[in-house]
Design a protein around this ligand. Structure first.
Ligand code: PHE
Length: 369
């Protein structure tokens, strides 16, 4: 549209009419003054200072004027545009100051207001006691071993000398996996970890295996279908029952105190021969069997002894099933339920408290047991 005009055509350059420029400038200044936010000012800037604004169009028209008229028009448009730019800049400064002021008020933080406390989590005492025991054994050079909770039936039973027709196999209240011929069970004890370790490692083996185990018991005061065991296994040359008793004593002292004595009774487990049940002297009545008020001790029921768990020398059949020569190596194992130990040690009333996950229960134990 705009090429150099030799003839001054007032129609074509009507945007340069002084009154029109004055009007455009006033419009712009009014809109700038009326802008009450930075967003509004941005919109005003686009319509009154942008490429398509009346003053920008007027500026573009200057080139089309005859040289004699250019200077005059240029000055007028330039002044108007400078006025608008200055007004925008001034309003921008004002509005920014207002915004900063408002933010200071709106986002003011009262550091003296009492904080809403968010209660921190707590580690479950089962976890704490498991780690304490495992740590103590690691400190004596043992290793922590783990196995899957969904276990091969062969490892949970057969390799431990619990053949398909063994009566003890029926006693283990097992969760079988569908279909039954999948050969998988939820492990009923941590003893399959013994087998896994013996199959994978050459003796000497010293492991402590903590973990979840499962049995088809209903939840009541003393039972839960999911509970925790910790099991120790040692395989080496020349290990005897004396070593077993030493290990059990160390274990009991860590759990219940330095002064605690133990005793063993004859028992039966298919995977140990001979097998024993271990008791330790009641930490509450120190073996007296009597409570504070003269009645029976509530912790041990008056016997003076508390049952810890099963143990024994690893059955030769188990060693052989795991590729270990019983003429060269011997070993011992013992295992116990963590929940039971905790109930005893801390007087926890029932299994419900242990499994409900109420954080207040865990908090009582702090970070140390
Ligand atoms: N696995 C046995 C149980 O669950 C405990 C045990 C472990 C017994 C190791 C002897 C040796 O009852």
């Amino acid at each position: 549209m705009s090429g150099p005009n030799t003839d001054y055509d007032p129609v074509e350059v009507s945007a340069l009419d002084p009154a029109a420029i004055e009007a455009a400038s006033e419009d712009a200044l009014a809109a700038i003054a009326a802008a009450t936010s930075l967003d509004q000012l941005k919109a005003v800037r686009i319509s009154h200072q942008g490429e398509r604004s009346p003053l920008a169009l007027a500026n573009r028209e200057i080139g089309a004027l005859p040289p004699s008229a250019k200077a005059e028009a240029g000055k007028r448009v330039g002044r108007a545009r400078a006025g608008v730019a200055a007004a925008i800049a001034a309003r921008q400064t004002e509005l920014e100051a207002e915004r900063d002021e408002r933010i200071l008020v709106e986002e003011r933080v009262d550091v003296t207001v009492p904080a809403t406390r968010r209660t921190p989590g707590a580690r479950h005492p089962i976890e704490l006691v498991t780690q304490r025991l495992a740590d103590a054994f690691v400190g004596m050079g043992w290793e922590v071993a783990e196995g899957p909770e969904l276990e091969a039936e062969w490892l949970n039973f057969d390799a431990l000398n619990l053949g398909p027709d063994h009566p003890a196999r029926q006693m283990q209240d097992t969760f079988f996996l569908d279909p039954v011929d999948s050969g998988l069970v939820l492990r009923t004890h941590t003893s399959p970890v013994q087998v896994r370790t013996m199959l994978e490692q050459e003796p000497p083996i010293y492991i402590v295996a903590p973990g979840k185990v499962f049995r088809t018991d209903d939840l009541d005061a003393t039972h839960t279908p999911v509970f925790h065991q910790i099991e120790c296994l040692a395989i080496d040359k020349g290990l005897t029952m004396a070593h077993l008793r030493g290990a059990i004593d160390a274990f009991v002292r860590i759990m219940f105190g330095e002064e605690i004595r133990t005793r063993v009774r004859c028992s039966y487990f298919p995977f140990t021969e001979p097998s024993m049940e271990t008791d330790f002297v009641c930490f509450a009545c120190h073996g007296a069997g009597a409570g504070d008020a003269g009645g029976q001790c509530r912790v041990c029921g008056g016997s003076g002894w508390i049952e810890l768990g099963g143990s024994g020398m690893v059955n030769h059949k188990v060693l052989r099933a795991c590729g270990i020569d019983p003429d060269v190596h011997s070993g011992f194992a013992f295992g116990l339920g963590i929940e039971r130990a905790l109930m005893l040690r801390h007087g926890v009333q029932g299994m419900h408290e242990m499994v409900e996950g109420d954080i207040r229960f865990s908090q009582q134990f702090g970070m140390e047991v």
